[in-house]
Design a protein around this ligand. Structure first.
Ligand code: NAD
Length: 439
């Protein structure tokens, strides 16, 4: 079995059924968001119609000989939403609840995310409906290689570049790269990002999302005239994004007063000792916070974490955490969305009315895809960068993107979420306009 901890975004998998329970069809959310922004931008109806539909949707059936000799047939998807600004870019998700509508929505969000940070990509996403926790490494490898083979004509460094998502990891990306290289007859590292460092994975890619969250938090605090030393932060989720954000923000001088993961959390108004917590989770069962003890660190629940007395709240766990029930109780002045979709649309309205700044996911956690972009550039040029180079370039892109979104929000008197979406949609629409409608 593949160890769950090694799998990117594993815990997020639990959020998917939750979203279903809440009755939210993610693709309907995409369409509603687009209608709102289309009106604001006075976008041509035809262009809006183009943006509402993915350019290409592929469904593949993936037969796999299981370890016991049985043949099981899985359903896989790849949705290529838009390529006006560059090749399709987006992860591959393995989960029992994968649906076509979900993949379509995630593909569209990738288009906006790449556009808001102005990297030369379109958006795509893939998924296989399967339960990877019940599959052996051999079964996973055969499924991955067959899925990629079925999609091969559509993938490529200049066409469509997958990456890890929920329940997929560097090992799976290595298999994708190997399969594509064998079929094309030459080494093809640029076909996928999130590979092992030994195979051209970028240094700093693993930390890029949390580093991006940190840069964005610093930018927003600067705009609000708040000093890092006087700022308190609460972080939900202590996986890749949450733990890196906590570590870097603590290094910058912020007081991290609350952290939590699926096993619960801790609160200390005087600040938690983040290096000590990191040492603990390195060897704790499941790398969870459960069982941590330190003077002054009081246990709290996840619900309590979201409404802690802290200047900044960073949801970095899963979807639909800030809802209409708890939004009225949120005490933070700023929310920086490390996770994808942590705030429901209803909660968003409440936070807006309460004057709480929400830096949206497509901007706040875009450090991950920027890190992927850097890996792709290095793979194409066969020229690896140092981690310092990667971090400096990441900081430049994130700060510049934040400044543009902040400015747009001020000029148009809209929320940061709407401003980010307006900038992104406008960039994609402009690319379509300039390219023209073929023939
Ligand atoms: P991860 O699996 O490394 O960590 C997730 C954390 O959330 C874990 O600490 C887990 O215990 C916690 N968690 C799970 N369920 C919870 C619950 N009910 N309450 C509180 N905590 C809970 O995942 P990650 O890679 O850190 O991703 C976190 C979020 O960030 C996801 O929404 C993901 O889509 C988003 N994101 C990740 C990246 C990336 O590069 N890793 C990039 C962009 C966006």
């Amino acid at each position: 079995m593949i160890k769950m901890r090694d799998i990117a975004g594993a815990a997020v998998a639990e959020a998917i059924p939750r979203q279903r329970e809440l009755g939210t069809n993610p693709y309907e959310m995409v369409l509603a968001q687009l209608d709102g922004v289309g009106k604001e931008l006075d976008l041509d109806r035809g262009l809006l119609e183009i943006l509402k539909r993915p350019e290409r949707v592929v469904e593949v059936s993936v037969p796999v000989v299981m370890d016991d000799g049985r043949i099981e047939v899985f359903t896989g998807y790849r949705v290529q939403h838009n390529s006006a600004r560059g090749p399709y870019k987006g992860g591959i998700r393995y989960h029992p609840d994968v649906t076509l509508d979900e993949v379509k929505a995630l593909a569209a969000w990738m288009t906006w995310k790449c556009a808001v940070v102005n990297i030369p990509y379109g958006g795509g996403k893939g998924g296989i409906k399967c339960d990877p926790t019940q599959m052996s490494e051999g079964e996973l490898q055969r499924m991955t290689r067959r899925y990629v083979t079925m999609l091969l004509p559509l993938l490529g460094p200049e066409k469509d570049i997958p990456a890890p998502d929920v329940n997929t990891n560097a090992t799976i990306m290595d298999w994708i790269m190997d399969t594509a290289s064998i079929f094309s007859g030459h080494y093809l590292p640029g076909i996928v990002t999130g590979k092992s460092v030994e195979l051209g994975g970028a240094l700093g890619r693993r930390e890029a999302t949390g580093r991006g969250v940190t840069i964005i938090t610093k930018e927003v605090l600067k705009r609000l005239g708040m000093s890092l030393q006087e700022t308190t932060v609460a972080i939900q989720g202590y996986g890749n994004v949450g733990s890196v954000s906590a570590t870097l923000l603590a290094q910058e001088g912020c007081r991290i007063v609350g952290v939590s993961d699926i096993s619960g959390g801790f609160y200390n108004p005087n600040g938690l000792d983040i290096p000590d917590i990191n040492r603990y989770v390195r060897t704790s069962p499941g790398h969870l916070l459960r069982g941590y003890t330190a003077r002054g660190a009081a246990p709290i629940s996840n619900e309590e974490l979201l409404t802690l007395q802290a200047d900044v709240l960073i949801p970095a766990a899963m979807e639909c955490q800030i809802t209409e029930e708890n939004a009225p109780e949120v005490r933070a002045r700023v929310i920086v969305e490390g996770a994808n979709g942590p705030t429901t649309p209803e909660a968003d309205l409440i936070l807006e009315e309460r004057g709480i700044y929400v830096v949206p996911d497509i901007l706040a956690n875009a450090g991950g895809v920027v890190g992927s972009y850097f890996e792709w550039v290095q793979s194409l040029q066969a020229f690896p960068w140092t981690e310092e180079e990667t971090n400096a370039r990441l900081a430049r892109i994130m700060s510049q993107s934040f400044a543009e979104v902040w400015e747009c929000a001020r000029e148009r008197s809209v929320t940061l979420r709407k401003a980010a979406l307006m900038l992104a949609v406008n960039r994609v629409a402009e690319a379509i306009r300039r390219r023209g409608i073929f023939p």
